[in-house]
Design a binder for this molecule. Structure first.
Ligand SMILES: Nc1ncnc2c1ncn2[C@@H]1O[C@H](COP(=O)(O)OP(=O)(O)OP(=O)(O)O)[C@@H](O)[C@H]1O
Ligand SMILES: [Mg+2]
Length: 454
């Protein structure tokens, strides 16, 4: 990159000759230079403009070099600082570094020394800058690819995915069932350089050994009884793309050996085949097991484990990111409203409370399913506790809005109880009650009149 493109340096020194000398030299090198001859001015300038680097004399009038550094940090201003010290005593140098200076230089500062240190400081500043920008961008995200969530835990997941997506390192995604491991693996694929290539998923635990090997490596025609035609396996199909090995940790040991070989040598043979087929695949795997235990128990080869788990991304369980639940609820409600052509506007307060209180052992999948079920059952404008499955009712803050009817109740009595309880729950507002019950106002009114007579 042409340095003069963007790199900006502020030099702060009270010795005019040094100031002018440094300025001339660095301008010649292509940097954009600003100068200040006192500490307060330097700080004000650095606050107003973005400099990649501040070269500051430690003992400048006004704020000294370390004070400027501390204020910049206090105000979260991302500028690299190099302190120039006249004395060069160890203690000031240590103090400068401890305060967060990129480095320090002792006078007289030689051009060689400057030229070796400045590009590194600027590079460091740029890296930090892009990291901060990424962090800011991710912070405001409520959704990343198909993953929904805004909690710090999910931001960490997004950050990890961004970091690995463009590389080819093998990634393992761990986490309880329903935490979004498959969605995360698709996000890695979609955000990386292989997005245009295929994404091929294989569930390793669901298939018996022979079928799994056939899935992974394919076969030649006549490889075994019934194998009339050749069939490419997932390794081949995922060429130039991503192979998602789901639920690993459950495979036969010799299948593991074959997978390991294919990963290490980037080539393999189809079942019954002689020809070696070369492939370029990026492997993302997932498990809800504690794989280290599986390795200890001898059910997963250690070498395969290390090959697959270069980077681990851990999906947090839903109960550890409760702050995301309202967002997930409203997104799922929107989705299932559309799918079912409904127009439910939300959840009653006690329903929300129950949903927030529940521990979600099945994580996001369970929440999604429960909201789908509620949307289907709900005939009013808000989802209430009766639309949730019975095992959630016990968490209800107010059990009076659940109707229990003893066996043997007549239809007439059942209807009366349902109407009474509904009226009570809406403060005897007949219009609302009629709407919830799916009755016209007049029908409800007539029924109530009839009850008066009995
Ligand atoms: N963060 C999330 N945002 C939106 N939907 C999610 C999220 N996490 C999971 N889901 C949904 O939950 C369901 C399960 O997700 P997924 O299949 O990715 O989970 P998993 O971790 O692979 O589960 P398992 O271990 O049971 O295979 C899917 O319907 C998915 O759309
Ligand atoms: Mg899965």
């Amino acid at each position: 990159m042409n340095k003069s493109d963007e790199s900006t340096i502020l030099i702060a020194d009270d010795e005019v000759s040094i100031l002018q000398g440094l300025k001339a030299m660095l301008e010649e090198d292509g940097y954009k230079i600003s100068i200040a001859n006192n500490g307060n001015k330097a700080f004000e300038l650095a606050k107003k403009n973005h400099f990649n680097l501040l070269l500051v004399d430690l003992t400048i009038p006004g704020l000294n070099g370390i004070e400027i550094l501390e204020r910049l940090q206090h105000e979260n201003i991302n500028t690299e600082v190099i302190i120039i010290t006249g004395k060069g005593t160890i203690s000031t140098a240590v103090e400068a570094m401890r305060a967060g200076a990129y480095d320090y230089l002792t006078k007289p500062v030689t051009p060689d020394r400057l030229r070796s240190i400045i590009p590194k400081a600027i590079e460091h500043n740029r890296l930090l800058q892009s990291y901060h920008e990424l962090e800011q961008r991710l912070k405001s995200l409520t959704q990343y690819e198909d993953l929904i969530g805004q909690s710090p835990q999910m931001q960490e997941v997004y950050r990890m995915i961004e970091a690995v997506a463009d590389s080819t390192v093998n990634v393992i995604i761990t986490g309880e069932s329903g935490t979004g491991k498959e969605l995360a693996s698709r996000a890695i694929h979609n955000r990386g350089g292989r997005a245009a290539g295929p994404f091929i998923a294989v569930n390793c635990s669901a298939l018996p050994k022979d079928i799994l090997e056939n899935e992974l490596f394919g076969h030649e025609g006549g490889a075994f009884t019934g194998a009339l035609n050749e069939k490419p396996g997932c390794f081949e199909l995922a060429h130039n793309g991503t192979l998602f090995l789901d639920e690993i940790g459950e495979m036969a040991l010799d299948t593991q050996a074959k997978i390991l070989r294919a990963l290490e040598e980037r080539r393999f043979r189809r079942l019954g085949g002689k020809k070696e087929i070369e492939v370029d695949v990026r492997v993302v795997s997932a498990t809800n097991r504690d794989l280290k235990r599986v390795v200890e128990e001898g059910r997963l080869r250690e070498d395969l484990y290390y090959r697959l788990c270069v980077v681990e991304i851990e999906m947090p369980p839903l109960r550890e990111r409760v702050s995301d639940i309202p967002l997930l609820m409203s997104e799922f409600l929107k989705h299932f409203n559309q799918a079912n052509r409904k127009n439910i506007i939300g959840f009653t307060a006690d329903t929300q409370e129950v949903i927030l209180k529940y521990s979600w052992p099945g994580n996001v999948r369970e929440l999604r399913n429960i909201i789908e079920r509620a949307v289907v059952l709900c005939q009013s404008d808000k989802i209430n506790i009766s639309h949730l499955p019975p095992h959630l009712h016990r968490l209800s803050p107010d059990k009076t809005n659940i109707i229990t009817l003893p066996v043997g109740t007549t239809m007439l009595d059942a209807e009366r109880k349902i109407i009474d309880n509904t009226l009570e729950s809406v403060n005897y507002n007949k219009t609302k009650a009629a709407k919830i019950l799916g009755l016209s106002y007049k029908t409800l009114y007539n029924k109530l009149e009839k009850y008066k007579d009995t």
